[in-house]
Design a protein around this ligand. Structure first.
Ligand code: SF4
Length: 499
C-alpha cells in the first residue's frame, strides 16, 4: 500500500502533486513527500527541492508558504504506508532523492521487492551505505552502478535485477520516468491535459485515476506491465512519451485485492472502473447467498462504510432480481475523522478505533433480519467488534457476507497484511474441512450465518484480459504466489521457506 504521483511540464508541479496525493490519501496515511525539479538560474542547471513529513498530506503541507519554496516544472510525490522498513522512521519517507555521477535522481515506489534482502546484502558488501531500511532505495543504488550513460537505461538495468511488485515514478534530472513491474501487480496510470496558454501537453502519472479527476486531467491509459515510460522535453514537443519494455512475464498478476478493497470506487484501475467490478462482487455474492427473504420480511442490507458500499448496492440489486426481496439501508455510520482501521499500524490502536469509527442506527437494525456486507476479514478484530456493536440494537438475525474469499496467506507484494499467524483463518486452521473452518469463524465473530464469496465468484467479477492465461494475483486467498517469495524479506519466518 502506498500511492505515487508524478507531473511533467506544469507551472505548479508541487501544488498539482499535493492535490494528487490528497486524492489518493487512502493508499497511505503515515507520511507524505514531494520532490520538485526546477531550473536554478544561478547554478545554471536543474536542481531538486523537496518537502516531506510524517502524517496526512494536508498536515505535511499545512503551511501554504511551502509551495513558494518548491518552484519547478516537474515533480513526484508519495503517500506512505510501511510494508518494508520501520514504519515510524522519518528516513523512510519517500520520495528518496540522490545525487550521483549522472546528476539527480528521485524515486517513489508502490509495491514491495521480493529479492531486496539479497540485493541489499550484496550492495552493502560492495560498500554502499543505505540511508533507510526501505527496499526502494536499492533501485537508485543499482542504477547508479550501471555503466549506461542515460538515466533511463540505468533504470532499465536496475529494474532487470529487482523482483517483486513495483509501480514507480522517478525524476531523473529533467525527465519524469514511470515504470511498472512485468507482472503488473500494482496499478499506474498516465494522464494528460493541455496548458491553455502554451498549447503544450502536461503529463501526469498516478496510482489511481481519482488523482487525475481532482485536477481535471484526462486519463489516457495505464502504464503497461513491464513498461518504462520516459517523459521529457521531446515528449512535450511530440505529445508522445517513449517507452522501453522489461522482458515480459508470461503470467500477469494484477492485485485482485485492489478491486475488493483498496482502490477508490471512482478510480479506473487496470483499465477498468473499480465501481463496476465492486458491484459485480456484490452481485455474485447475492447469487451465492443462502439467506431467504419474502416481500413481508425483506433482507435489510447494510454495508460497512465506505469500502463495502458499492458491493452492497450490487448485492441488493441482484437479490431483488432473483426474487429475494432486499432493501439497502444505512445501519452503520462512519466517523470520517478517524483513519481507516486497517491502515493504522499496531493492534492496540485498532481496537479502540473501531468503536470510535462506527456507530449504529438502532431504528434500522432493531428486530430485523440484517445482512451485513463487508469486503474482507483480515485479523477479525474489526468484524468481531462491529458485530458486538450491531447486536446492541437487538436485530432478529445477523448474516455476515464477505465480498471476497477467506484471506489465508500474507501478501509479499505491497499490501500490509499481518503475518500468517495473525490472520483470523490461521486461528482455525486445525478445522477438518472448509465447512468446519467457516463455522468456527462464524462462532468466533458471533453472527447467525457467515458467507464468503468463492474464489471463482471473485474472479468472475473481475474483467478478463485477452491472451492471458492468468491475469490476477490471488495469493493471499490461495497461497499461489506468482512471483517467488523465497527471498522475501518480511514475514518470512512465518512462512514455510527453506531458510
Ligand atoms: S497477495 Fe493478495 S493483496 Fe497481495 S498482491 Fe496478491 S492479491 Fe493483492
Amino acid at each position: 500500500m502506498c500511492g505515487v504521483f508524478g507531473v511533467y511540464n506544469s507551472k505548479t508541479p508541487a501544488e498539482d502533486t499535493f492535490y494528487g496525493l490528497y486524492s489518493i490519501q487512502h493508499r497511505g496515511q503515515e507520511a507524505a513527500g514531494v520532490v520538485v525539479a526546477g531550473y536554478d538560474e544561478m547554478k545554471n542547471k536543474t536542481v531538486f527541492r523537496q518537502h516531506k513529513g510524517m502524517g496526512l498530506v494536508a498536515e505535511v503541507f499545512k503551511n501554504p508558504g511551502i509551495f513558494n519554496k518548491l518552484p519547478g516544472h516537474a515533480a513526484i510525490g508519495h503517500n506512505r504506508y510501511s510494508t518494508t522498513g520501520a514504519s515510524k522512521s522519518s528516513s523512510n519517507i519517500q520520495p528518496f532523492s540522490h545525487t550521483y555521477r549522472s546528476g539527480n535522481l528521485a524515486i517513489a515506489h508502490n509495491g514491495n521487492l521480493t529479492n531486496s534482502r539479497q540485493l541489499r546484502k550484496e550492495l552493502t558488501e560492495q560498500g554502499v551505505i543505505f540511508q533507510a531500511s526501505s527496499d526502494t532505495e536499492i533501485i537508485p543504488h543499482l542504477a547508479a552502478r550501471s555503466r549506461e550513460k542515460e538515466p533511463v537505461h540505468q533504470i532499465y538495468q536496475a529494474l532487470r535485477q529487482v523482483q517483486g511488485a513495483f509501480s514507480l515514478v522517478i525524476l531523473a534530472n529533467d525527465q519524469l520516468i514511470a515504470a511498472r513491474d512485468p507482472h503488473g501487480v500494482r496499478p499506474l496510470a498516465l494522464g494528460k491535459t493541455i496548458n491553455p496558454e502554451t498549447g503544450e501537453p502536461v503529463f501526469y502519472i498516478a496510482s489511481e485515476t481519482c488523482a487525475f479527476d481532482i485536477l481535471s486531467v484526462e486519463y489516457v491509459r495505464d502504464i503497461e506491465p513491464g513498461e518504462i515510460l520516459m517523459i521529457d522535453k521531446q515528449a512535450v514537443k511530440t505529445g508522445k512519451p517513449v517507452s522501453l519494455f522489461l522482458p515480459p512475464s508470461q503470467r500477469k498478476a494484477r492485485c485482485i485485492f485492489e478491486y475488493v478493497y483498496f482502490a477508490r470506487p471512482d478510480s479506473i484501475v487496470f483499465n477498468h472502473p473499480v465501481d463496476k467490478i465492486r458491484r459485480n462482487l456484490g452481485k455474485n455474492l447475492a447469487r451465492e447467498s443462502k439467506v431467504e427473504s419474502t416481500k413481508e420480511e425483506q433482507q435489510i442490507v447494510i454495508s460497512v462504510p465506505d469500502s463495502s458500499n458499492t458491493a452492497a448496492l450490487g448485492f441488493v440489486r441482484e437479490s431483488n432480481k432473483i426474487c429475494r426481496p432486499a432493501r439497502f439501508e444505512h445501519g452503520l455510520i462512519r466517523n470520517h475523522y478517524v483513519g481507516r482501521t486497517f491502515i493504522q499500524p499496531g493492534k492496540e490502536d485498532r481496537e479502540i478505533k473501531v468503536r470510535s469509527k462506527y456507530n449504529i442506527i438502532r431504528g434500522v437494525l432493531h428486530d430485523r433480519q440484517i445482512v451485513v456486507i463487508d469486503d474482507s476479514i483480515v485479523r477479525g478484530t474489526t468484524a468481531k467488534m462491529l458485530i458486538k456493536l450491531i447486536r446492541e440494537a437487538e436485530p432478529k438475525k445477523i448474516h455476515l457476507h464477505i465480498s471476497s474469499a477467506p484471506i489465508t496467506n500474507p501478501c509479499f507484494y505491497g499490501m500490509d497484511f499481518p503475518t500468517k499467524g495473525q490472520l483470523l483463518t490461521y486461528m482455525f486452521s486445525d478445522a477438518k474441512d472448509n465447512e468446519e473452518e467457516i463455522e468456527k469463524i462464524r462462532d468466533y465473530i458471533g453472527v447467525d450465518s457467515l458467507k464468503y464469496l468463492s474464489l471463482q465468484g471473485m474472479l468472475n467479477s473481475a474483467p478478463r484480459f485477452d491472451n492471458e492465461i492468468q491475469s490476477y494475483c490471488t495469493a493471499c486467498f490461495t497461497g499461489d504466489y506468482p512471483i517467488s517469495i523465497k527471498d522475501a524479506c518480511c514475514k518470512k519466518e512465518e512462512y514455510d521457506c527453506e531458510e
